[in-house]
Design a binder for this molecule. Structure first.
Ligand SMILES: [Zn+2]
Length: 588
């Protein structure tokens, strides 16, 4: 029984009742008052860098969990982020809080801290009392927490609005995903660093992860080879995508051996990078989620438990090989199998229909520019260091002390202290700066902070996108919008790009992501109205009877079973129909 004890911020929480201890009155209770029934477990799945169109393209090749989400769930086919900064920390924070970056404040994976005059990551915590903690003897560096997230997550609200009877457990390879899905505190938020699972001070620990074999899952995959799982004719794209960059130790052709730098005899840093770019890491995350369900008996407490997994490998693979690659297609085929196993596990341990699951992505990706050029579309690389040179040169004839620019990161241009304030009153110099940005090949537009601050009413979707991304103090002074299919690249002049492609701009290939809901309370079908991933947790909140502090997202009402249907479903004679329908709905 004590094995189910969990820790929160160093203190031991009361042991949650196990299945055997829980009052056996659920069925009777739901018979009497079906409206009060709540899901036993909320499952949030985020695929890092999954474009919405992957579902349209590859669905016929899936047989597992991704297919089940489409067949038995609610598929929102026009889901997209409305903001500009389509990056991992931003997307996960938006999904988890139901708010946009202008509100939740996680404006990028990393930004320029004007006070500290240095780059900071969205989770880096300067508080000396905070530190990262490794499992099974690992000694991670730094301190990562959600202190910069300006609103509570849905998981936090769920926990404190239900008297703490909720366990909040998240997993990812990335700190910024595991942390932002959990929120400021959680029973466990676990990510991968330096070959081992780690967490940090505000989060509890998972005792089963102190088993070295479980804490160092990658080691068991050393020496394995990632090969195509379907016949070669099933793949949409050829090998060797132009402009793609394979991880160290791999080339652009299958199979990919997980052997580190050059047939190393044991795991090295290169091996861990290969592992993170392989389907084996997705399987390890799935195993961990299943283990947590078993060890903590998730779905059997007096409250609604929360389990979230962010599958990071698709993002690494997409950056390297691009979205038009066999690697992306194959890793999704394998993720589909992992998710199928996870849902089967949840059916057995929590009960089919007792849990609700949402799957989405934090952002999409642009095709590798050199690959895109082959198609005849205007595509290319927007060299950011050259933009910086143009601005510096433009200001030479005006009276500005060098250096004028502190940093350009993503779309955001940060001027040195005092420079932008001066430019705002110096129209000729400001115009020279804007003109200097616009001469760079691949630039479509440039916006000033004062144009987007305060979310002005506008008919322009791009201006609105930058406004929804704008958080005073953290966002830049100017924002560069590339032309469609132009990759913004910060590689210094004379150096070769170390990755294939990226994301982070307000075009649909970065903004359009899947949103699929399945299980408790969900009405299966395909839905075509435009929604955003910020609508996921407001929908969870309604199902769980909690209130979110912000209301930028909307309840996906059309995908909820109507009260009359729920009542019908819970009548004793109709028990079976309480489970999700097994046939796909043909009605849009
Ligand atoms: Zn990425």
């Amino acid at each position: 029984m004590l094995a189910t004890a969990v820790f929160l911020a160093g203190s031991i929480l009361p042991v949650q009742p196990t299945a055997a201890q829980a009052p056996p009155s659920r069925v009777a209770a739901s018979k009497a008052s079906p409206a009060s029934a709540k899901p036993k477990l909320v499952v949030l799945l985020v695929v890092d860098q999954m474009r919405g169109d992957y579902v349209d393209k590859f669905l016929p090749q899936w047989t597992g969990g991704l297919k089940r989400l489409v067949d038995e769930g609610a598929w929102f086919r026009d889901a997209a982020y409305p903001y500009a900064a389509t990056e991992t920390c931003v997307g996960h924070s938006t999904i988890s809080s139901g708010a946009f970056p202008a509100t939740h404040g996680m404006v990028a994976n990393a930004w320029w801290d004007r006070k500290e005059q240095k780059m900071v990551t969205c989770t880096s915590d300067p508080d000396p009392n905070m530190k990262n903690v490794g499992y099974a003897g690992a000694t991670p560096k730094g301190a990562d927490t959600a202190w910069r997230m300006a609103v509570p997550s849905f998981a936090e609200e769920l926990k404190f609005q239900t008297s703490g009877a909720t366990r909040v457990i998240t997993f990812s390879l990335k700190a910024r995903a595991a942390i932002s899905m959990a929120g400021h505190k959680a029973d466990a938020a676990t990510w991968f660093d330096g070959g081992a699972w780690v967490t940090s001070t505000p989060y509890g620990t998972l005792p089963f992860l102190d088993d070295p074999a479980k804490s160092h899952p990658a080691k068991a995959d050393f020496g394995k080879t990632w090969s195509l799982s379907l016949p070669e004719s099933a793949y949409w794209y050829g090998e060797k995508t132009p402009g793609a960059v394979a991880p160290d130790g791999w080339d652009l052709t299958f199979p990919h051996a997980l052997r580190g730098k050059s047939s190393a005899s044991e795991p090295d840093g290169t091996f861990y990078e290969q592992w993170a770019s392989s389907p084996y890491a997705d399987t390890a995350l799935t195993d961990l989620a299943e283990k947590a369900v078993d060890e903590l008996k998730l779905g059997h407490s007096t409250g609604t438990d929360f389990l979230a997994v962010s599958y990071s490998p698709v993002d690494y693979v997409g950056h390297e090989f691009g979205p038009r690659s066999r690697e992306i297609q194959d890793i999704l085929v394998r993720l589909d199998k992992d998710l199928g196993n996870l849902f089967t596990h949840l059916d057995e341990k929590v009960g089919r229909g007792n849990y609700v699951v949402a799957l989405s992505a934090d952002h999409g990706v642009v095709p590798v520019p050199e690959d895109m050029q082959k198609t005849g579309v205007d595509a290319g690389v927007l060299h950011v260091p050259e933009v910086q040179e143009h601005i510096e040169k433009a200001l030479e004839s005006f009276n500005y002390a060098k250096p004028v620019i502190a940093r350009i990161t993503g779309s955001d241009v940060y001027f040195a202290p005092g420079v932008y304030e001066k430019l705002q009153h110096d129209h000729a110099a400001m115009q020279a700066v804007l003109d200097a940005v616009l001469v760079q090949p691949g630039v479509a537009a440039v916006y000033r902070a004062e144009e987007v601050a305060g979310r002005p009413a506008t008919q322009s979707p791009t201006l609105r996108a930058f406004a929804l991304s704008y958080f005073p103090g953290r966002s830049g002074d100017l924002f560069i919008l590339p032309k469609p299919y132009w990759l913004m690249d910060g590689t210094p002049a004379g150096k070769t790009r170390s990755y294939g492609t990226g994301h982070g701009v307000p075009y649909n290939y970065d903004q359009h992501v899947p949103v699929l809901l399945m299980g408790f309370g969900i009405q299966p079908g395909q839905y075509f109205q435009p929604i955003t991933p910020a609508d996921i947790v407001p929908t969870f909140a309604v199902l769980c009877g909690v209130t979110l502090s912000t209301r930028e997202g909307h309840v996906l009402a059309e995908a909820l079973k109507k009260p009359s249907e729920s009542r019908a479903a819970s009548r004793p004679g109709r028990q079976k129909s309480a489970a999700p329908a097994t046939a796909p709905s043909s009605t849009p």
